[in-house]
Write a protein that binds this ligand. Sequence first.
Ligand SMILES: Cc1cc2nc3c(=O)[nH]c(=O)nc-3n(C[C@H](O)[C@H](O)[C@H](O)COP(=O)(O)OP(=O)(O)OC[C@H]3O[C@@H](n4cnc5c(N)ncnc54)[C@H](O)[C@@H]3O)c2cc1C
Length: 429
Amino acid sequence: MHKIVIVGGGAGGLELATKLGAQLAKKRLAEIVLIDQNRAHIWKPLLHEVATGSLDTSIDAVVYHAHAAKHHYQFCLGRFVDLDPERRTLRLAAAYSDEGQQILPDRTLSYDTLVLAIGSQSNDFATPGVKQHCHFLDCAKQAEKFHYALLNQFLRINQSDQPQCLNISIVGAGATGVELSAELHNVTKLLKSYNMGNMKNEQLKVNLIEAGPRILSALPERISEAAKKELTRMGVRVREGTRVKEASSSGFITSEGETIDADLMIWAAGIKVPDFIKDLELFQLNHLNQIIVKPSLQSSISDDIYVLGDCCGFKNEDGSWVPPRAQSAHQMADKVRENIKARLANKVQKDYHYRDYGSLVSLSRFGAVGSLMGNLSKKSMFIEGHLARIMYVSLYRMHQIAIHGWAKALLVVVVEKIAKVVRPKMKLH
Ligand SMILES: Cc1cc2nc3c(=O)[nH]c(=O)nc-3n(C[C@H](O)[C@H](O)[C@H](O)COP(=O)(O)OP(=O)(O)OC[C@H]3O[C@@H](n4cnc5c(N)ncnc54)[C@H](O)[C@@H]3O)c2cc1C
């Protein structure tokens, strides 16, 4: 039977595995194998909520083995490290327990069709000290690590006899930096409900540092302005046009020589595809290590390999690259599904066209800002406040529908609402 291997069960890969499971594997037309280095999936745009404790991964994550069993595909735990396109095999590194004991050996898997959907990671642009001193929000583990560090700071300040401030500096004012800044203010406000009232919102000092002239530079100016206004109202210090040249154990040093003190530092300034893809020396890559693909989303080295999501380098007709966003991963997953099915039926491959439906940036419970693209014209409509917040949440709901189906997604939402009544508003452990 034709074997389709998907590497990466994120925003795009998991949706693809679910749909191909239903449309091919259930009818025994193909075997679908999903590989991921983690055991559970959490939708990446929610990681800033994991980092602040607004979201609990033990409740909200989708466990791959259980999901695979219900959706007719197989799940294989492993980290993809190497590829042989001629033999149509890929290699997974050995897996170890936290104690260093080997759980799974180094393995080689064969495929007939391969889909690479491994996403991206933060780009530190080789800035000295960043790897050693900064937190990143690339996966649930890193977000949880930041969460513990944040809780420890809250505890320290709450129990101190002297009033103290908590300085948090975030480099990069894209969606991640902006959403995290707002979420930090949200959870600090909740502390008094949990007997930690000595740590007050006024003691939280968030510096949002952006090298470019404005925050959310990839979005229309009006959105940047609205987000900046709201963040400033919350108490976030927005520092545009500030380039960081180094990170130390006590803060960031700017190119002007200023030190921005920080108890906690987060680096969220841009993305790149992990360097091992470059080290494979197989693919043609762009400046972010993204794999350059044909219009059908097939790699230029082999038609058996499709690439989607953040790790895919796709040039639009106007010469711009498709942005690394959840909506791009979702659209590409749909096109790859169509093209794989067409290939199995000996039909022609269709070209992918990116459609920008607009962008929304969450400002936690304080609202959201964003733009929606019109269907008839290319004009975008600016939205903010409660309506924008509803639209923002509905993006996650659409992902839940894609991976669970309507009925189960509805149940998941009901369970989430009930859990909100019985569990604390933020994760405190
Ligand atoms: C904090 C944050 C907020 C964001 N907010 C938004 C937003 O508001 N709107 C928006 O559109 N986008 C947002 N994004 C971007 C969005 O999350 C990504 O564009 C989207 O998740 C990309 O989907 P993907 O399927 O390509 O990769 P991912 O969703 O990142 O999935 C990649 C998967 O591959 C797995 N993997 C990686 N390497 C390997 C390997 N070597 N072997 C095996 N498995 C591997 C990972 O474990 C992961 O499960 C945000 C990102 C972050 C970090």
